[in-house]
Design a protein. Structure first.
Length: 475
């Protein structure tokens, strides 16, 4: 019996040892797994830390240093450095983009150092900063709208690598004197609804100090409407289409004038030029007026032509531009184009046409400027400076066009409001947009009566304003 008890007890002891071994082994396995997982996680964390893109800032004695990899995330005004006296910004290699509004309003920031890794300069990044010069690295691909607006930059070079430039990028840069840029650069528009969008220039009308724009790649001539009022253009010597002479742009052979910089006050056309396009002086420029107050045509110019250029509204700072014609002959079509495409030089043009014998005054009414074959070019205003003030326009009531007039030219009665007018028996054709009717208070609309003596007359469908009521009476 005693031996049996000893056997049972030993058996129980052996069973307990086995459980302990199992538990201990399991614990070791679990512990090993935890240690392995922690090691793996630590390795992954280390790897993540090595590859994660981040940008940090530090400030010391007026210098803000930005370093790291990737894009700068926040503008200064949202960081602890907002009220710091930042005089210089150093952006280290690795940073790829400057945030929108990054340094906007940093009133003492005068020096910027950009890295070779930078690809993008954000919208309004340096707006209203007193920086005078900045070197843009060749790594940059785009500069967003307003990036340097209101800054003190005097000269800037935009590398050929920059493919797109934002509207207003140099807006309100009143000290800007020269820009070197690609001639075929793309445009980044302001982010506003399409129905509110109006095209803007890169520079704007407030910059009146811009002396020169130099293009470093082949010129897309349509970009000129966005470059503001510069004193001159310079294209590459090997530009395939264009040539620049004294800041003006001509065809490659130098014979056709294509563009005059809108900041040029006195324009002297090259004596190698034979053809002038109306688009050269009348091309559209976004939200800016032309500074031209004098233009000189050499004796070599034989004709003035219309091209496919969309003519702008022809706003000029000077409303009495002086024009000099040195040629001995100019065909009537060229004279008509000159007259009709710029209302601000008509007073001077009239004097030149008469001086050169290229036009004459009608012997029956000396206020009528005539070209050959009975063409009425214009009924002359007494004061051409009132051309934009409709309230100062004379009213025509009862005027008779002489029988020696055969054609009523486009804009012949611009500067007048017509109540009644008689076309003489010699008038055979009436061109487009010849007159505007006078407003009749009691009728609350503009009305005019036209008496016609020649029953075979041909009147253009667009001879009169679509909003005017014109009563034609066969006399």
């Amino acid at each position: 019996m005693k031996k049996e008890k000893m056997f049972v007890k030993r058996k129980s002891t052996d069973n307990w040892s086995f459980k302990q071994i199992m538990i201990f082994g399991f614990a070791i396995i679990v512990l090993a797994s935890i240690i392995f997982m922690q090691a793996d996680n630590a390795s992954a964390a280390k790897k993540k830390k090595q590859t994660q893109e981040y940008v940090s800032m530090s400030y010391k004695k007026g210098v803000l240093t930005i370093k790291g990899k990737g894009e700068m995330g926040d503008p200064i005004k949202t960081t602890v450095y907002e009220n710091k006296n930042i005089k210089k910004v150093v952006i280290k290699k690795g940073v790829t983009a400057i945030a929108d509004f990054a340094f906007k309003g940093c009133k003492k920031l005068k020096e910027i150092i950009l890295p070779s890794t930078l690809k993008k300069i954000g919208a309004y990044a340096f707006e209203d900063c007193p920086i005078k010069n900045i070197t843009i690295p060749k790594s940059v691909k785009s500069i967003e709208p307003g990036a340097f607006a209101g800054s003190s930059i005097k000269s800037i070079t935009i590398p050929k690598t920059v493919k797109k430039l934002g509207e207003g990028v140099f807006g309100d840069c009143k000290k800007l004197e020269s820009i070197t840029m690609p001639g075929n650069i793309g445009v980044i528009k302001y982010e506003i609804p399409d129905y509110e969008y109006q095209p803007k220039s890169f520079v704007g009308d407030s910059c009146k100090s811009l002396k020169k724009i130099k293009f470093t790649t082949s010129l897309n001539i349509n970009i000129l409407k966005r470059v503001g009022k510069s004193g001159g253009f310079e294209v590459m010597a090997n530009d395939p289409k264009y040539k620049s002479v004294d800041g003006l742009i001509y065809s490659k052979d130098g014979k056709t004038l294509l563009r005059i910089p809108h900041g040029r006050k006195k324009v002297i056309i090259s004596d190698k030029c034979t053809t002038v396009t109306a688009g050269s002086y009348g091309y559209e420029m976004y939200l800016a007026d032309s500074a031209m107050n004098e233009i000189v045509f050499p004796k070599t110019v034989k004709k003035v032509i219309l091209d496919d250029t969309l003519l702008g509204p022809s706003y000029y700072e000077c409303n009495n531009i002086k024009i000099t014609l040195n040629m001995d002959y100019l065909d009537d079509d060229s004279i008509k184009i000159l007259w009709q495409t710029n209302k601000y030089w008509r007073n001077s043009l009239k004097d030149e046409l008469l001086r050169k014998g290229l036009a004459k005054l009608n012997e029956e009414n000396e206020r009528m400027l005539m070209l050959d074959d009975g063409y009425l070019c214009a009924y002359l205003m007494k004061d051409i400076s009132k051309i934009d003030d409709r309230s100062a326009w004379e009213t025509i009531d009862g005027l008779v066009v002489p029988d020696n007039v055969k054609t009523i030219g486009t804009e012949a009665f611009t500067g007048f409001l017509v109540k009644s007018l008689t076309f003489g028996s010699g008038v055979k054709y009436v061109e487009e947009n010849v007159l505007l009717a006078a407003f009749v208070p009691g009728e609350y609309r503009s009305m005019a009566t036209i008496y016609v003596k020649n029953h075979d007359i041909v009147i253009s469908k667009k001879a009169f304003d679509a909003n005017d009521q014109i009563n034609i009476v066969m006399a």
